[in-house]
Design a binder for this molecule. Structure first.
Ligand SMILES: [Zn+2]
Length: 120
């Protein structure tokens, strides 16, 4: 497979897999072949299953999620702000990134955003 990618001028790779665990190996194989060929292109994984068809593009999606949904911890009281949960008690909807919190938002111990640090 690596040879195929290297010799031909392919611009993108689409891997169709069935929605069963054994086919995940095919995706790994495709990524490895792409890596070995030294070319950079998006791999589109089409999962064929009984459920709704879903298309995942690698690696663009995972990178975006890492930067957008980071948790932050209050250095004063150890409260952790989780963007996926938000802060319903303060009217912050689930899915709100820390960066988008209003400046007057405060931790349970009443200190502001400047006392928070990112959690790895
Ligand atoms: Zn605090």
């Amino acid at each position: 497979m690596t040879e195929i990618i290297r010799r031909n001028d392919v611009r993108s790779l689409t891997v169709a897999v069935m929605d069963v665990p054994c086919c995940q190996g095919l995706v790994r194989l495709a990524r490895q072949a792409l890596h070995d060929s030294g070319k950079r292109m998006p791999i589109t994984v089409e999962v064929i299953g009984i459920k709704e068809p879903q298309v995942r593009t690698w690696p663009a999606m995972s990178q975006q999620k890492e930067t957008a949904m980071k948790k932050y911890r209050c250095t004063v009281c150890d409260y952790v702000y989780d963007p996926e949960k938000g802060d319903p008690d303060s009217g912050i909807k689930p899915g709100t990134p820390f960066e988008s919190l209003p400046d007057d938002w405060s931790a349970p111990c009443a200190v502001d955003k400047s006392n928070f640090e990112p959690v790895d």
